[in-house]
Ligand binder design. Structure first.
Ligand SMILES: [Zn+2]
Length: 90
């Protein structure tokens, strides 16, 4: 499966792919994260984690703080292995 290397969203559909500077579709990033060859936002990994959790039914439905913390850590671990955050970490 093709996923955005910034936010982890599925980009197997062309309409979800970002665009390179030359107008071709990006193979790495989605349309929300990447536009005309540059990142469309300056968000940090931590902000992406927060954003992801906001839209996570699993997180929103979690009963305890322990469970929420666990889901948050999983989300952070998932995102931090993506290309954008690997590069940022170097
Ligand atoms: Zn994205």
């Amino acid at each position: 499966m093709e996923i955005c290397q910034s936010c982890g969203m599925d980009i197997s559909k062309e309409e979800h792919k970002g665009s390179n500077a030359d107008g071709t579709l990006s193979v790495d990033y989605c349309a929300y994260c990447y536009k005309d060859g540059t990142f469309a936002n300056e968000l940090t990994l931590e902000q992406y984690v927060e954003m992801g959790l906001e839209y996570s039914p699993e997180y929103q439905g979690a009963d305890t703080e322990t469970e929420k913390k666990k889901i948050k850590e999983q989300t952070r671990a998932y995102l931090s292995q993506l290309k954008r955050w690997q590069e940022a970490a170097e």
